[in-house]
Design a protein around this ligand. Sequence first.
Ligand SMILES: CC(C)(COP(=O)(O)OP(=O)(O)OC[C@H]1O[C@@H](n2cnc3c(N)ncnc32)[C@H](O)[C@@H]1OP(=O)(O)O)[C@@H](O)C(=O)NCCC(=O)NCCS
Length: 313
Amino acid sequence: MKLLIEVARTPRQLDAAFALRYQVFVGEEHYNLGSAHLNNERYVDVWDTLPTTFTLAASVEGKTIGTLRCVVESDLPMPHGEHYVWHRDKVPPGRACLMGRLAIDPAFRSHGLGILLQEVACSYLRSQNVRYVYGIANLRYKSWWERLGYVWIGEPVPMPGVEKMALHAHYLDLTGQTPGFSALDYCAAPQVFTGEPSWLLAEEGDVLCEQDAPGDAAWEILEGEVAVLDRSGSKARDLARLSVGQVVGELSLLSGAPRSATVRVASKKLTAVQIDKKRLQERLAGDASMSSRLLRDVAMKLRHSPPRAEEPA
Ligand SMILES: CC(C)(COP(=O)(O)OP(=O)(O)OC[C@H]1O[C@@H](n2cnc3c(N)ncnc32)[C@H](O)[C@@H]1OP(=O)(O)O)[C@@H](O)C(=O)NCCC(=O)NCCS
């Protein structure tokens, strides 16, 4: 199964995330959001409109199965709600991020996805010099958050519109140990496709791209290995193996030509940064250091690629 965790940017991605939030928080948790949300069955509020807010979406084959919102503090004033009791004075000084609206599709629970979404968000927030994340949680999930290292602050507060529900504020210091997170700890940090998170987690046998198909994404491998296969003959031929630190799939994006080979996961697990064609073009236009890192990678590939049969050696 290929799981993609990325920042929801397109209207379609955001809409799917807001719909999942609604399904979980209104359908299951019985939040009373008022009539505005009942019309379109989307759970979205003023915090979603802030320029420093980002929403992560986890998807499988294009279906959104998990979501998490991060509101990074900036110089702009934060909107305030009466039940948001942050106990700002009880947490360490430093740049903070309000994290919440964590919702996992019920069919995909207890597979570590909730933890993974937080882990992806926190590793990115660390790189943005965020000192800690804080939020409020339903007391029913207290031990779940504790397992990840969250510390509770203040007394529980009742949530308006939601009967019999008390929420508790908590925070996690990102400068300390976070033993509850482990999935990404052992991965190499991205060197080429740095920046906003876009993580692909795949398993042995999963196909990243098919030969002759149009190129829509490229990957930087952070953990695991892929096999590059030529499937033009009667038997698939192993052209190369690529592993940690290498980029795959970028040539078709850069040239506009169809995929010259099939790429399949050849290790038990694969963790990679995935970048799509539009984002790659945007980044190349605005980020000179990424262009040079990618160019270096392409040059290394050309240097190490074996001569084709028709070419003189
Ligand atoms: C809370 C939630 C995000 C967890 O997501 P998830 O992907 O199922 O969680 P994970 O798979 O990462 O973690 C599962 C682990 O948490 C445990 N867990 C699940 N619900 C729990 C709870 N209420 N309290 C303590 N532990 C809990 C599971 O037993 C499992 O433990 P195990 O690995 O030892 O078997 C999900 O249940 C959800 O969307 N709930 C409704 C929305 C909600 O209330 N979100 C905000 C929470 S304050």
